[in-house]
Design a protein around this ligand. Structure first.
Ligand SMILES: [Zn+2]
Length: 197
């Protein structure tokens, strides 16, 4: 009887202890993976920084090809906006900027594999011929707060969200600071530059 009581009261504690250890190990493993992701180079298979891949946490002021190959007017506007956003405590990360045709092709192939069809993938990823990233005319802003800041304030710098389904994708729209941003495309398929649609 005593033994049974001991078992029933102590077993959960042992389990809890094991779970706690498992959680700590899990957190340690996750932590390691995060560090690896930051130091392990480009995330896209076969891509390099010369292709426009950016490391986690890249900013508009870094000297990776993905930043420096942006169209100069766009880059200047993004830098001005990022400077003002950061003055209000918003960290602005650039997840993607200029991309080589090869990188864009790989991204399209990955999207088709992940989303199951070219039709579905082309809602999110443009062809190399149609992508505003390949011409250096687009940036993907990282972080919810930064993207929200650009949605609210980007037009002051002629920066506009282009697609309704991509809250992070901004392009230069000269005149937006005076007239406001033009209507967005529903998604990449509606973009006349995108020949996959
Ligand atoms: Zn984009």
């Amino acid at each position: 009887m005593t033994k049974t009581t001991t078992m029933t009261t102590h077993l959960p504690r042992i389990l809890l202890a094991l779970l706690a250890v498992a959680a700590l190990v899990g957190a340690a493993v996750l932590g390691t993976q995060v560090v690896l992701a930051q130091t392990d180079g480009p995330a896209t298979i076969g891509a390099t920084y010369d292709d426009g891949e950016l490391p986690d946490g890249a900013t508009a002021f870094d000297s990776y090809a993905g930043i420096t190959n942006l169209e100069p007017g766009l880059l200047a506007a993004v830098r001005a906006a990022a400077t003002d956003a950061e003055a209000s405590g918003i960290e602005v990360i650039i997840n993607s900027g200029w991309r080589s045709s090869e990188l864009q092709e790989r991204l399209m192939e990955q999207a088709v594999a992940e989303r199951g069809s070219l039709e579905e993938a082309s809602r999110w990823v443009a062809t190399p011929e149609g992508s505003s990233h390949v011409t250096g005319d687009a940036v993907d802003i990282g972080g919810y707060d930064a993207a929200a800041w650009f949605q609210t304030n980007g037009a002051r710098y002629d920066l506009c969200q282009t697609f309704e389904n991509e809250a992070w994708h901004f392009e230069l729209r000269p005149g937006a600071s005076v007239h406001g941003c033009p209507a967005m495309y529903r998604d990449a398929r509606d973009d006349p530059r995108n020949t996959a649609a």
